[in-house]
Design a protein around this ligand. Structure first.
Ligand SMILES: NC(=O)c1ccc[n+]([C@@H]2O[C@H](COP(=O)([O-])OP(=O)(O)OC[C@H]3O[C@@H](n4cnc5c(N)ncnc54)[C@H](O)[C@@H]3O)[C@@H](O)[C@H]2O)c1
Length: 456
């Protein structure tokens, strides 16, 4: 067997393996494989970084990703770009899980400096109306990009990112972690296998606490709404699970104001969105998605999420947190610990074999992106990169080119809410009509407003 070596990185037993004594179990004739590096950049270092990216980078600082085709691939958080740099500086100064130093870029040119620092892939986790410019700059610099949901807010922006990603031969992907929830995977499996037949309608509800609108997001909430922020989780679930052989037909929405901002202003407390698709047989399917970010902070669920989907032959009910666990601890629930926790999304554990871990589908979906990047860059000879890139771009669950329906709905929703805030409630946006790809109709006005000319 040929022994492969590199000078820079060698595959060593991890720190965890050594501290747990597996080294004594290792064979003596170890073949040392070259470890290929992937240097990663973060744009944005807020709540979602802490919840999903941080545990991923901390785990992979110790243990390279591995597959038969790539061999070991080390993942390093190499740089962070934010406005102030304060949270990243605090994290760098703490010893909690942080293994490797990284560059902390702050200020107006932070993203440019991050991109010039030699990273291979960039994750964009800024507020949603700032995804486009960061993602565009990263793709232009030839970096693979992972964007938090919603990817962007208009189809024109989506077209631009997709075009640039193809031109620069990099991946541009979006995080929709609900697709990796085992219950949602089973829903899709049952539908695609024909056990659940022909979805007809359904509802989804996602309610966030007041602390999101009044605290965490207070700084950037003006003019925003909770549906763009969270309904997209369910828009993607519906579009991916029951598609692709159907057509998005029309979007309508209404909502309430007065708590987060003025009653007649552009900032929304809660939104009710309806999306209608048409199946190839001409029958329609309608979905109502209710979102809010003004639920009481002491609501048992904190974040409350449920769905019901109805089929020709079945009904599917699911609740994100009522999966069997109910917990009450004096003075700790429901603030620090939750009454009905969802440990499937993200949880910290003492594993049966003694290790401490943090895992769940929220973290798994980030890891999956890096596996895809590793496959493109290291999954075979250089001359096969184009083919490997095409294979990874064809994955409909996260590629930006397959986010068209979700972005179309978001763009339509934002236009409908803007018209309502301007005194014209009750608008409907129709998709792929003779007048254009995304066309807004106001009640009592025969002249439509074309939001997007091309086909959705
Ligand atoms: N997958 C999920 O379930 C989930 C959950 C929460 C948030 N998110 C998404 O993650 C994104 C960020 O949300 P969050 O909760 O972490 O927000 P946050 O407000 O906690 O953090 C935002 C971060 O972006 C940085 N930032 C803002 N403007 C910037 C700019 N112009 N350039 C560089 N950095 C900038 C801020 O400094 C901060 O570090 C949003 O798109 C949101 O929709 C996803």
């Amino acid at each position: 067997m040929q022994l492969m070596l590199t000078t820079a990185f060698l595959f060593q037993p991890s720190r965890k393996a050594l501290t747990h004594g597996y080294d004594s179990l290792m064979p003596t004739n170890i073949v040392t494989l070259p470890v290929r590096p992937l240097h990663c950049g973060m744009v944005g270092f807020g709540m979602i970084f802490d919840e999903t990216y941080r545990p991923f980078f901390e785990l992979r600082a110790d243990e390279p990703l591995f597959s038969q085709s790539t061999g070991p691939v080390s993942i390093r958080l190499a740089g962070v770009a934010t406005r102030t740099g304060s949270r990243a500086a605090k994290y760098l100064a703490s010893s909690a899980g942080q293994r490797w130093p990284f560059s902390n870029f702050a200020g107006t040119d932070a993203i440019d400096r991050l991109l010039a620092s030699g990273v291979d892939a960039v994750c964009v986790a800024t507020p949603d109306d700032r995804h486009f410019s960061a993602a565009r700059a990263a793709i232009l610099a030839g970096k693979h990009v992972l964007i938090e949901k919603p990817s962007v807010l208009t189809l024109t922006e989506l077209d631009e990112l997709a075009r640039l990603a193809a031109e620069r031969a990099v991946l541009a992907k979006v995080v929709y972690h609900k697709l990796a929830d085992p219950d949602h995977k089973k829903l899709r499996t049952l539908y695609q296998d024909g056990v659940l037949k022909h979805v007809n309608n359904g509802y989804c509800s996602l309610l966030e606490p007041k602390s999101i609108s009044g605290g965490q997001f207070a700084e950037w909430i003006s003019g925003r709404n909770p549906a763009t922020y969270v309904a997209v989780h369910y828009l993607k679930l519906i579009d991916f699970t029951f598609g692709p052989n159907w057509a998005l037909d029309r979007i309508s929405a209404t909502g309430q104001r007065g708590l987060v901002g003025p009653t007649d202003g552009p900032t929304w407390d809660s939104v009710q969105l309806q999306v209608v698709y048409r199946h190839p047989d001409g029958r329609e399917a309608a979905f109502d998605i209710h979102t809010s970010w003004v639920t009481p902070d002491n609501f048992p669920g904190y974040v409350e999420q449920e769905v019901q989907f109805r089929f020709d032959n079945a009904v599917w009910n699911a609740h994100q947190r009522k999966r069997g666990v109910e917990l009450t601890v004096e003075n700790r629930t429901p603030s620090e610990l939750k009454y009905t926790p969802n440990y499937h999304y993200n949880g910290t554990f003492l594993e049966p074999w003694g290790e401490r871990s943090q895992r769940g589908y929220g973290i798994e979906i980030i890891e999956r992106f890096f596996k895809e990047v590793a496959f493109v860059e290291y999954g075979g000879p250089t001359e096969g990169r184009v083919e490997r890139l095409a294979q990874m771009r064809a994955l409909a669950y996260n590629d930006i080119t397959t986010d068209r329906n979700c972005v179309a709905i978001v763009q339509a929703l934002e236009a409908i809410l803007a018209r309502a805030a301007a005194g014209v409630p009750g608008c409907v946006v129709k998709v792929n009509t003779g007048a254009g790809g995304l066309v807004l109709y106001e009640p009592g006005n025969a002249t439509p407003l074309v939001l997007y000319n091309g086909r959705v």
